[in-house]
Each structure stands twice: as C-alpha cells, then as structure tokens.
Ligand binder design. Structure first.
Ligand SMILES: [Fe+2]
Length: 279
C-alpha cells in the first residue's frame, strides 16, 4: 500500500524564484532563508519519496476569479509551469501520476469532497517554487506529483476546519492506494503577510510561531479559528496557512518534528519551513 512518509510546509513567495534564477542563495539577505532547507534536503535524501502531493493555491494562472474551485485535484500526466507575469524563470514540467490522481479523486468524492478534476493544469509559483526549494538544481524531478488546490483567494474561503478535513481525506486516499509508494505531502503558502489595504506589510511573528507549534502536536487548535479571525491574525494573504493545515491533516496520528526554520522578511512576508514525519 502507499504510505505517507512525512509532511513539509513552506512559503512560496514569488521573489524566491528570482533569487534561485540569479543564484543569490548565499547573499546575506537570502542565506538565513535558503540555509533553512539544508536539513530538509538531507531528510528527503534519506526518505526518498516516490510522489509529492502538493497542496497549494493558484494565483490566477490556472484558475481565475470567474471560476474558482474550493478544492481541485490534478489528474494529468504532466503539469507545465508558465509565465505568470512576474518575470520569473519557469521550471521544467512536473511529472504527474494520473493513476494515483484518479484513485485519490474517487476516494475524495466517496469521502464527500466533491473536487474539481483537472486533466489539464498549469501550476504556478505556489507549486513550482517549493519544488525547486526542496529539490534544487535537479536535471529531472525525482518525484511524481499530484497537485491539490484550495482557495484562500476569493471569498467565501473554506474554513480551517474544512481544510484540515480535506487533508485528512487526502491522507485516507493515499493510504488506501494499492501500490507501494512513499508519498510526501507538501503544503505551501503563508506565512503571515498582507499585500494590500491599510495593513499592507503586516507580519505577525507570534501567530506564525504559534501555528508552527500547534501544527506539530495540536493541529485541531488551529481548526477553531474562523476565516475573519485568521485574516486578522495572519493577514489577508497569510490565510494561505490553510494549505499548511491541510497538509498536516494528511498525517494521521502523532508526528515528530524533523526540522523548522522561520525568517523575516522574504519580500514582505514571514517565511517558514516545517518538516514533520510520523512519530
Ligand atoms: Fe501565495
């Protein structure tokens, strides 16, 4: 059977893509952020997952405001990254695993998550940058991928409790797949930030660190927030922490922390990394 070997949550700030393209990883501004990934690389080399299920949010490349699924799952053989208009480098296409995707889609729908199924899907920086951070400078992506999207962009947003349950359903879907695959679940977004309005530039270090701590041993605590509370605490775009919560939901049972890093600021965002594995 397939088995979830761990969960990684990370920020996906577009500017990281420029730093990668310009080889700025050792520059003083970037070093505390990129150095945080060394331990994640070592863990991935040791665990060697076959598949990454990447729970992220699209920013207008694949879904726009006219059609915004609350939850969507990719079911393509390949996912192209494309120009989003940021001047970012684009990455090589990401291999899919349609058989696993369709198993997950069937399982999710049976589990009352009526996901949008995407047999063609472009993936943006929310997906590509975490992949490039976790597997830097590879000539070929070493894992197959299944993109899972949620919506922290256009209200009404799914609640933290609903996102956590989505992750739990993804966990059940993966663990019921009859092929012996090692699967890592990746959640991307956040941490606290706000790009617009009177609070533009808002960062909440205390709340970010509380989230990282609760994700480890008490993720249910984060499911009790309402969306307005989350916006107030994390910022209008910091609600992307919902993706971290979904990824955490996929890890059933107790977890152990492998590694964490937290750094302010990357662009105008608090940047975090959390690596968990089953205890
Ligand atoms: Fe984002």
């Amino acid at each position: 059977m397939a088995h979830i070997v761990g969960g990684i949550s990370t920020s996906h700030v577009p500017l990281i893509g420029k730093a990668i393209a310009q080889h700025l990883q050792k520059e003083p501004y970037w070093k505390p952020f990129f150095d945080g990934f060394d331990a994640a690389h070592e863990w991935l080399k040791r665990i060697r997952p076959d598949v990454a299920v990447v729970i992220y949010n699209d920013h207008g490349l694949n879904f726009f405001l006219d059609k915004m699924p609350t939850f969507a799952i990719g079911a393509a053989a390949e996912y192209a990254n494309a120009d989003e208009g940021w001047g970012l480098q684009t990455f090589a296409p990401f291999p899919g695993d349609p058989q696993l995707s369709w198993h997950m889609i069937n399982s999710l729908v049976n589990d009352e998550f009526d996901v949008t199924t995407c047999q063609e899907m472009l993936v943006d920086h929310g997906f590509a940058i975490p992949m490039a951070l976790l597997w830097p400078y590879v000539s070929k992506w070493p894992v197959k991928t299944v993109p899972g999207c949620s919506n922290p962009v256009q209200h009404p947003l799914p609640s933290p409790a609903r996102c956590f349950k989505f992750g739990q359903a993804i966990g059940r879907a993966v663990e019921s797949y009859d092929k012996g695959l090692k699967v890592v679940v990746i959640g991307t977004g956040g941490m606290s930030h706000q790009l617009d309005g009177a609070r533009a530039g808002f960062i909440n270090k205390d709340f970010d660190q509380l989230c990282m701590e609760k994700l480890k041993h008490d993720p249910q605590a984060l499911t009790r927030y309402s969306i307005p509370q989350l916006v107030e605490l994390a910022g209008t775009q910091g609600v992307e922490i919902l993706m971290w919560l979904a990824a955490r939901g996929a890890l059933a049972g107790n977890v152990a922390e492998v590694h964490r890093n937290y750094h302010i600021p990357i662009s105008n965002t608090a940047a975090g990394l959390l690596v968990l594995e089953p205890a």
